[in-house]
Design a protein around this ligand. Sequence first.
Ligand code: NAD
Length: 495
Amino acid sequence: MLDQGRIDALRAEPVAAQGHLIDGAVVAASDGQVMDTTSPIDGQGLTTLARGTTEDMDRAVAAARAAFADGRWSRQPPAARKAVLLKWAELIEAEALALAVLGVRENGTEIGMAFKAEAGSAAGTIRYYAEAIDKRYGEIAPTADNVLGLVHHEPVGVVGAIVPWNFPLMIGAWKLAPALAAGNSVVLKPAETASLTLLRVAGLALEAGLPPGVLNVVTGEGPVVGEAMGLSMGVDVLAFTGSGGTGRRLLGYAARSNLKRCYLELGGKSPNVVFADAPDLGLAAKVSAAGIFRNSGQVCVAASRLLVEDSIHDAFVEALCKAADGFTVGDPLSLDTQIGAVHSERQLAQNLRFVQQAEEEGAQRLCGGARILTETGGTYMAPTVIAGVKPEANLAQNEVFGPVLAVTSFKSEEEAVALANGTDYGLSSGVWTGDLSRAHRMIRAIRAGVVHVNTYGGSDLTVPLGGVGQSGNGSDKSLHAMAKYENLKTAWIQL
Ligand code: NAD
């Protein structure tokens, strides 16, 4: 049970100036530069981070390479690696509330969600992959009698992880945990505006017994330290979550350097298709509203396009607007709040531009659409529903990453499929129907990494999360994710 008094005490704590974590030590940027971090809750400064340089990134990669080469982690017995990761998860859980509050002060996510989806989820992810370490086997190939074919899973070496600001701990753990479990060393580059919790969690890894140099964190600007990581000859795999534009750059860096593997988890414009035969339209409206508006729509899998059957359009949209208006938007550290802050002034301005353009193009704003709570100094926006959005409109085709829902109606299943698949993205999706055959037809027809049926947004660690098309490649979560951080080596033995 979360306690408001404890949250308020934690939010009042000053946040110390931060350095990088390289080779087990906290260090300043090579040129001593820092950058300010601002809280979206009230627009006030929080602390400073080291503004990393190319030299800092090169040092971190060198530390990770040295750690990998001498086997201080990669050649530890599986049971020993498992024990360290389990201890790490325990330390994170013990600090879960403090981590959640710190993260909310930096990125504006509502505390209830941050507590579960950030620190709690990170600990769970680390535990999941820790448990996998001594339960996965190599393979013996089905060869002829006179040979033996063995398939070894080997760590790739140094993994470079670059993560965004919306769920830094959850997404960070999705990369760090399988990469470390597989025996790799890692260099992590958090988002400029969400570095604090990852720095703290990396410190806890050292306390848990992870040897120095195995996990390094370099803060700073993407185009400087992120580019240096992408171009580094010492990084074997890049694991990235963020925007498509940055993903393209990473592929370019890989091509210009050592052809490192790049796994990209990118954005989405996920369709949520509601048929008139859905078993519970009231529930569908509520879940659909939560599917786009929670965390102010700053969720890669947000249900940002509602495709609704013509015959129920008006009633459904009315129920959805009622649900949207019912959310309490405000101070993300208040337990009464359901939707916290938009992450930044830049993000808020972008959200409002999308709304304005859609209206200029003739779509109808049914609710929201404006900045609110300006007296707080923070960045807040009312949940926004825009109906009559044409399939080719900017709002239907491009990710807002904000609390803005685009509604389009359809008349037939075929039309629904064509609309659902009518963008360059393919991350998540939803289908609401009481017809089992239709549900399975839709699962097959929708081009996406995830199809929810009669729900939206649920999942756990046992299933992969990844996109197709311009939503990316490779998946986070589940045992499948381990393959991203391993090489397969064949041994062919003549008997
Ligand atoms: P972003 O691409 O701007 O930044 C992501 C990370 O890349 C940050 O750490 C940033 O510093 C770094 N970066 C920026 N420029 C770089 C460069 N030139 N070289 C190397 N690194 C660079 O994205 P964002 O605004 O932080 O995050 C929002 C985006 O992330 C949205 O598109 C969202 O859909 C996507 N996202 C996807 C998933 C998923 O699982 N598919 C999850 C969360 C967010």
